[in-house]
Design a protein around this ligand. Structure first.
Ligand SMILES: [Zn+2]
Length: 103
């Protein structure tokens, strides 16, 4: 998957369109990302023992990778991701806008 943990992404679809957040988890199999502060859902929880409170809690839910774009902090733009092969054989991601190496 092109987007990874700790990347900053911009949401381009859905109710959180236009918001930015940091990727907390990536789920390559599902092609989904859990992004900080994005896609809150309300979940009912029942009190179980003393540690948990009953009521409605806000939880972040994973969103599909096609609903976000990588946000490049070098050129400050949402961007598509390209790849470059380094001389030592490593493949790194690059920003398609400013051509800077992302990782
Ligand atoms: Zn850039």
């Amino acid at each position: 998957m092109k987007i990874r943990k700790n990347d900053t992404v911009l949401v381009i679809a859905g109710k959180d369109r236009g918001k930015k957040g940091k990727v907390r988890f990536a789920y390559p199999k599902e092609q989904k990302l859990l992004v900080e502060g994005i896609n809150f859902i309300k979940k009912h929880s029942k009190a179980r023992g003393q540690a948990r409170q009953a009521g409605i809690i806000d939880l972040e839910a994973p969103i599909h990778v096609s609903d976000v774009m990588l946000f490049c902090d070098k050129c400050n733009h949402p961007t598509r991701i390209g790849f470059r092969l380094l001389e030592d054989g490593r493949k790194v991601r690059i920003c398609q806008s400013c051509r800077e190496v992302i990782d």
